[in-house]
Design a protein around this ligand. Structure first.
Ligand SMILES: [Zn+2]
Ligand SMILES: [Zn+2]
Length: 275
């Protein structure tokens, strides 16, 4: 059983209503020994004109309040579960320097780098795909991911590497690693050579892909190219989705030949056996 969920959100993230304490109690009740919060810090998040104006649009994290809240919770629950302080940073080419300064300023245990908004537009909204083919959109996503990596790579794991597939008009029906391998392989080579882990994110299952993000063939290729560092996260925004499909993810990773997954403490990997 996987006993650590290291990609989770709480009310400190704009898009999450689950208080930190509720998430901690859920993790304890599920028998986890480690829970890492990775709140969104997505500076310059795009404002989509079709978005419900009553919803908040800022994915800026109040990092000081997050630190204070976290330390209170660790004081209260630290003898029952290991709590780790992480962040999920939104990558954009114009933010490379800003993100570097941000990471330097705070004592995170774990930093996830995530491509959310290619060309500063949010693929969560169907308007993203208007005027360009799905294939061009997915290609753009992978190309911009590589551009971002070359500009800023001081993070520990790359979040949900083929995230855009969750929102494409045909999702993953016409998507495969083979089709986009020219764009995906350089990303895998880059993270391997820079010691960045590959995250296996349960959001793909939650969004009906039948696979995690990234898909299994990418995980297999990462291994073939020499990649060893895997992190596992539910990307839970609710207590119900904590550890989502973790048994399935564990079996998938064993099937791909991995024997360990990693958590990060003070930005250093600690390996946990699989199986
Ligand atoms: Zn994300
Ligand atoms: Zn997330």
């Amino acid at each position: 059983m996987i006993k650590a969920d290291i990609h989770t959100h709480t009310t400190f993230s704009t898009d999450c209503d689950a208080p930190m304490e509720v998430m901690i109690k859920e993790a304890i009740s599920r028998g986890l020994d480690t829970l890492c919060f990775t709140e969104h810090m997505d500076k310059d998040y795009p404002i989509d004109p079709t978005r419900d104006p009553s919803l908040p649009i800022e994915f800026l994290l109040d990092t000081d309040a997050y630190r204070t809240g976290f330390l209170e919770m660790r004081e209260k629950y630290g003898d029952k579960i290991r709590l780790l302080w992480g962040v999920e940073i939104g990558l954009q080419p114009n933010l490379a320097e800003w993100n570097q300064n941000y990471v330097n300023r705070h004592p995170f245990d774990f930093v996830i780098g995530s491509e959310h908004n290619p060309e500063n537009r949010d693929p969560y909204y169907p308007a993203f795909f208007e005027g360009r083919t799905e294939e061009a959109s997915y290609t753009l996503y992978f190309e911009e991911t590589l551009t971002n990596l070359k500009l800023f790579s001081d993070f520990d794991s790359i979040g949900h590497m083929d995230y855009i597939v969750r929102y494409g008009p045909n999702k993953n029906k016409e998507y495969s690693f083979a089709k986009y391998s020219d764009y995906i392989e350089p990303i895998l080579e880059f993270i391997i050579s820079h010691g960045i882990a590959l995250e296996v994110n349960a959001g793909g299952y939650r969004n009906g892909l039948g696979e995690p993000n990234p898909c299994k063939d990418i995980i297999i290729r990462y291994k073939e190219l020499g990649g060893e560092l895997i992190t596992i996260g539910s990307d839970a925004h609710t207590p119900q989705s904590m550890c989502f499909e973790f048994d399935r993810i564990e079996n998938l990773l064993l099937d791909c030949g991995f024997k360990y997954h990693a958590i990060f403490i003070g930005r250093k990997p600690v390996l946990y056996p699989l199986g």
